[in-house]
Design a binder for this molecule. Structure first.
Ligand code: GCU
Length: 336
């Protein structure tokens, strides 16, 4: 971690240790940590969250957003949220698997038939609320989700078929289910934090990674990995996670305002996401020399489809949500 970041983290943790959160000039400071840059759709969504809360409750709360893993990697920031040193963190579901195994479902490859099905399931707040409550015992709860697009493989050498993954060392998120998924493709999974990926590719510690298009531009991975294959293996959402005690400290009216702010942040984030993908592709191709490769998605899918069965056998907690998603897939087919 950089010096500045370490100092900032120490200050925040010290503030957090003095009680739940900190109060400056009569206002309760609410701290949100995320891993992306200030131009990323998630940051823009969180700015809308801040504005909405402060417009209504500004005499009582001030929202501070900490981007770029300044307060530490997603895993570290989840711990800070757990203890109440900070109040919110944006983290991919892969980081939540160790706290509630239902989140493993999102590491399952080819789970959603389309982006439309994915969005409809995630926006079904009544259903998702029960999933969100699954980490209560760990001291935090998800309040909304953010679209993090479709994940694809990218590497220093071209990937056209599943065979091209054989023997390649591919970074995955720190989740056992993601490790199993990449290994099932025949590659060697290398779990590590998001912030370490650029250097690991650059130095040849790994051959590539898998992520959405913004990783190429926003996180600059396109500078070191020039081939991006559209094999579309996962749609893994990011979650806005809150310290549970903080949520419980809110009056019912305040809670509603925070929930509405969270829903608004998702709407803004999703709109910004759609705009940012085309732009990211243009930058990647024209400024970074990345080649986007269209592949036979079905060839990749067949390779890992058995994981649908094995994952459900090994983890009964994902079965309900799996069936719910299959119903949504079927319904979408019927509607065509
Ligand atoms: C995406 C996602 C992050 C996640 C990252 C990763 O960028 O938005 O939340 O941390 O992928 O692969 O680690």
């Amino acid at each position: 971690m950089k010096k500045l970041a370490a100092g900032m983290l120490a200050a925040v943790v010290a503030a957090g240790l003095t009680g739940c959160g900190s109060v400056t000039s009569g206002k309760r400071i609410i701290r949100i940590s995320h891993a992306q840059s200030e131009t990323h759709p998630e940051h823009l969504g969180l700015l809308a969250f801040k504005e909405y809360v402060e417009e209504r409750l500004g005499d009582k709360y001030e929202v501070q957003i900490f981007p770029n893993e300044i307060l530490g990697s997603a895993q570290k920031a989840i711990e800070l949220t757990q203890t109440g040193a900070i109040d919110f963190v944006v983290a991919g579901t892969a980081n939540l698997e160790t706290f509630a195994s239902v989140y493993e479902i999102f590491s399952m490859p080819y789970l959603f038939d389309s982006e439309e099905v994915y969005k409809s399931v995630m926006q079904d707040t009544d259903y998702m609320e029960q999933v969100y409550e699954s980490t209560d015992e760990a001291g935090f709860r998800v309040v909304t989700w953010y679209n993090a697009g479709t994940r694809n493989f990218y590497a220093k050498t071209p990937i056209h078929t599943p065979d091209d993954l054989k023997g390649k060392k591919i970074r995955v998120q720190q989740s056992p289910a993601s490790v199993a998924m990449v290994n099932a493709f025949g590659a060697a999974a290398a779990p590590m934090g998001f912030g370490e990926v650029y250097t690991a590719i650059q130095q040849g510690v790994i051959d590539g990674a898998e992520n959405n298009e913004l990783a190429l531009t926003n996180n600059k991975h396109g500078e070191v990995a020039k081939y991006y294959a559209y094999n579309k293996h996962q749609m893994v959402p990011d979650m806005l996670v809150a310290n549970l005690k903080f949520l419980e400290s809110l009056s019912p009216e305040e809670y509603e305002i925070f929930k509405d702010a969270a829903a608004l942040s998702t709407q803004v984030e999703m709109d910004e996401w759609d705009k940012s993908i085309e732009e990211a592709k243009n930058i990647a191709v024209n400024d970074m020399g990345v080649e986007f490769i269209d592949v036979d998605v079905d060839a990749f899918k067949q390779k890992v489809l058995p994981l649908h069965e094995t994952m459900q056998k090994e983890n009964p907690k994902i079965v309900d949500l799996y069936q719910h998603i299959q119903e949504a897939n079927e319904k979408a087919k019927g509607g065509q």
